[in-house]
Design a protein around this ligand. Structure first.
Ligand code: ADP
Ligand code: MG
Length: 632
């Protein structure tokens, strides 16, 4: 007969109030319905594992610890009759004071973020709870009461106990425990009995805690319930595709499989095991386990740092995974990791691995690469903009759309291969979206002569261009630049061909001059100049930057960084071939309609440039023009 477990603890104190945030959290946990309650076991096991990791560190440095020979392990036992489950570890344990603080307040980011999420999003706690690590307190999703008995590794510390039912208070007391570590007994609620069954417990361990780095035993069996073996230290042919995906999901709590992974083992110059993943989506949900960027860094299977950002350049921060470097000294303090010279070499190696993997993917699995590009292209562009040393390696990874290939993602190499013999530059146009770009007057000539122009409509493109001025000796050229030298018409095209352009009233030299002047007077200092151009075919006019102005890329960069930024007045260029201008030239000087048309030509050009401050402003004028067209 099993002895009945008495929830009361020896020498219990008066009830002690939980911190307000804990009360809030408990309140949510107790009053919601959960489908994934089982995660409380994952949380308790992960705390045990953390305590064991701390112990393994201490064993390197401290001589005077309790039970130095004890195996680092986790053991779960159940009592089906009593409906209890017990989790014990041989980790660092807690003193009475540590218990009071650690189990009475929220320090950990998970629970705070959870509270924040429930508050901000007005989210239903029960929807998100299963996806969310809320730490120790998640045990109250399934517990009637919880009792923690712990003994610190410090040889002179006494064992102590802690007891709570999920109400606003807890109690502390004495305890008899000879061995180092923590034992948590959970009395399960009636509808949570399933967790008092060994087979169910094993199942949960497999699902959530398979890769915990210490052996987990269930009941009194000697066989481990978890795989434990660090998957990154296995050989890749020993690991099944499914195991790779499982590990990724346990690591990140991402619901989706990763897009791909790199499993990299090297002996020289450094002994490294690395298992890196590319997620499928940038946003792995707000409830991902990985709350910060960075890789898990181990040395000889011992976790040194949870979020190590110095192992990859910042633009590869989407990469997830674990790196195990044998040669990092174990006693390197976590703060010292960054300063370690090995880290720089490690970073270089890993950086190359990621870039190479992306190159290979682009070559061998172009469809996967497109999936990657559409989600993560912005990171690569950021790298081009920011990484002086390595940006060249990123150029081949860039993908673009263009005027002639609007739906296809192609590389700069593809573009260059399509360039005709006479083309010496890589042409691009900047804009806010593909549709307005496609109507741009800057494309008139390129459209007529069938030159391909790369369309850049992503806000980060302007930044990217600062780090991409040429590729394979071909300069990148903005087609909107006023000093642009046009490429020759392609061979086979007849030069000077007027196509089917209607023979409009041809303006004489002097008519043209007075028309330009009329534009100037009407528009005043809204433009820096007005002039005639031969660049346009189907468009009436276009706006270009005055000579010496900062380039369009920089203007856009400024505009993004400073809302107050004023686009400098531009030069209005007119197409003398255009029938509208021909007719306009024949209207009398003071014609009211002519003024309206000039204003409209200018504002249409602003609009197409994406710099019109308020397009709705044009409506009264358009109405006026319509009325005039209909002849009153
Ligand atoms: P987190 O693990 O994110 O710190 P938890 O709510 O899971 O937050 O745990 C709170 C704290 O309680 C831990 O940081 C740790 O100090 C302490 N703790 C919980 N379980 C154990 C354990 N098994 N051994 C030692 N300390 C523990
Ligand atoms: Mg925890």
């Amino acid at each position: 007969m099993t002895e009945k477990i008495d929830p009361k603890i020896e020498g219990a104190t008066d009830p002690i109030a939980f911190q307000t945030e804990v009360k809030q959290l408990l309140n949510i946990l107790i009053h919601s319905l959960y489908t994934e309650r089982e995660i409380f076991l994952r949380e308790l096991i992960s705390n045990a594992s953390d305590a064991l990791t701390q112990m393994s560190f201490l064993q390197q440095t401290e001589r005077d610890v309790l039970d130095p020979e004890t195996e680092l392990e986790i053991r779960l036992t159940v009592d089906e009759d009593e409906k209890t489950i017990t989790i014990s570890d041989t980790g660092v344990g807690m003193t009475r004071e540590e218990m009071r603080t650690n189990l009475g307040t929220i320090a950990q980011s998970g629970a705070r973020a959870f509270l924040q999420a429930v508050e901000d999003e007005n989210a239903d706690a029960s929807d998100v709870i299963g996806q969310f690590g809320v730490g120790f307190y998640s045990v109250f999703m399934a517990a009637e009461w919880v009792k923690v008995v712990s003994r610190s590794y410090r040889p002179d510390a006494e064992a102590a106990s802690w007891y709570a039912t999920g109400s606003d208070t807890f109690q502390m007391g004495e305890a008899e425990k000879e061995t180092r570590g923590t034992t948590i007994t959970v009395k399960l609620e009636e509808d949570a009995e399933e967790f008092a069954q060994e087979h169910r417990v094993r199942q949960i361990i497999k699902r959530h805690s398979d890769y915990v780095a210490y052996p987990i035993y269930v009941g009194d069996e000697d066989e481990q319930a978890n795989r434990q073996k660090a998957i990154w230290r296995q050989r890749s042919h020993e690991v099944e595709a499914e195991e790779y995906a499982d590990f990724y999901k346990q690591l990140t709590l991402d619901f989706q499989d990763p897009l791909t992974h790199i499993h990299f083992v090297a002996d020289a110059p450094l002994k490294i095991f690395a298992l890196l993943y590319f997620p499928t989506k940038v946003d792995r949900g707000m409830f991902t386990l990985r709350e910060e960027d960075g890789l898990k860094l181990y040395t000889r299977k011992i976790l040194i740092e949870e979020y190590t950002r110095d192992l990859l350049p910042p633009y590869y921060r989407f990469v997830q995974g674990a790196v195990d470097a044998e040669d990092l000294p174990l006693n390197v303090s976590r703060e010292n990791v960054q300063a370690n010279a090995l880290m720089a070499r490690l970073k270089k190696i890993l950086n190359n691995q990621v870039t190479r993997k992306l190159e290979m993917m682009a070559q061998k699995e172009p469809e996967d690469y497109v999936t990657f590009w559409e989600e993560f292209g912005q990171f690569i562009k950021e790298g081009v903009a920011s990484d002086d040393a390595d940006r060249g390696n990123l150029y081949p990874l860039l993908r673009f759309h263009s005027t002639t290939h609007p739906a296809e993602w192609f590389s700069l190499v593809d573009y260059i291969e399509r360039m005709g013999a006479g083309q010496e530059k890589i042409y691009y146009i900047l804009g806010d979206d593909a549709r307005s770009v496609s109507r741009s007057p800057h494309l008139d000539y390129f459209r007529t002569h069938d030159y391909e122009v790369i369309t850049l409509t992503d806000p980060v493109d302007s930044f990217m261009l600062m780090g991409l001025r040429e590729y394979q000796e071909f300069e990148l050229q903005n087609v909107a630049a006023s000093d642009l030298e046009l490429p020759a018409p392609k061979e086979g095209e007849e030069e000077g061909e007027a196509d089917e352009e209607p023979e409009a009233e041809k303006l004489s030299e002097s008519d043209l001059d007075s028309l330009v002047e009329r534009f100037q007077t009407t528009l005043g200092d809204r433009v820096s100049a007005v002039r005639v151009t031969d660049r346009l075919t189907s468009s009436v006019a276009r706006l270009v930057d005055p000579e010496g102005a900062i380039g369009q890329e920089m203007q856009r960069v400024y505009r993004m960084m400073d809302r107050e930024y004023h686009v400098p007045a531009k030069v209005l260029e007119l197409n003398p071939q255009h029938p509208i201008l021909g007719k306009l030239g024949t209207l009398p000087e003071d014609d009211h309609l002519a003024q309206a048309i000039i204003d409209q030509i200018y504002e249409s050009a602003l609009l197409i440039e994406g710099v019109h401050p308020d397009p709705a402003d044009m409506i009264p004028r358009i109405q006026e023009l319509m009325e005039a067209a209909l002849g009153e």
